[in-house]
Write a protein that binds this ligand. Sequence first.
Ligand SMILES: [Zn+2]
Length: 280
Amino acid sequence: MDSITSFILEGARFRGVYIGADKVVQDILDCHSYPLVVQKILGQSIILALALAQSIKYQGVFSFQVRSSGPVQSLFVNVTHDKQVRAYAVYEEEKLPTEDELTNEALFGNGELLFSVTQLGQEPYQGIISLTGKTLTDTVLDYFRLSEQIKTDLILRQKEGKTRCLMLQQMPLKEGDDAEEVASLYETADVLMNSVKDAELFTDKLVPEQLLYRLFHANDLTVYEPVVPHFSCSCHKDQMKRFLSRLTDQEREELYQDGQIMTECQFCQTQYVFKHEDFN
Ligand SMILES: [Zn+2]
């Protein structure tokens, strides 16, 4: 079952999360007919967005967006604070690399990764980083290292349409902490996290708590109640109507075909049809 399972180690000196979201990813992919390489990189993006969203406290919408001039021009993921997820990709099919080439260079060429949080009554938060490193995971790690200055490690693995992620982060030192000692504890936890085998990540026989216990039982582990993410799109006909209403009469007139304007939500492919009388 899909879950986002947070945990802490060593008296909350480190925090982490384990994520599996097969159903969410599949439900999103079912709205589209993306080639395998796009399915894979969108699956990675959804899991990375969930991992990043997990490291922030917010009430609203977290957005994860890749923009590039390469074959995959755009990847867009939204995660609400209650873990409703939606996503889509824009790409040029004939230029796509094979599904074995999920590198930033092959997929995006030059590009950037943007994060933002939109929440009621607060200034929007934004982060941006160019697509450094070999993979999107490397870019996310660079973001934490450069922008947030949080010691972070993250492993992301994919197998037969499933994606798994484990992330470990060091929290600020507590009063009286010996920095070297904490650094050494972090190294140990990180080695343990990286020792995880595919057979453990992709089996149905271990629930997240059991997997985390296997890895970190000697590291003062506390596992929190898992949260289940869901695919859900917040699009609505009224929203589309408001957008179209803001256009000038002439701009809107150009969108009519056979007496109607047909719009489609990029996230869920729901079609909304408008006629002249909708705008009277
Ligand atoms: Zn939608």
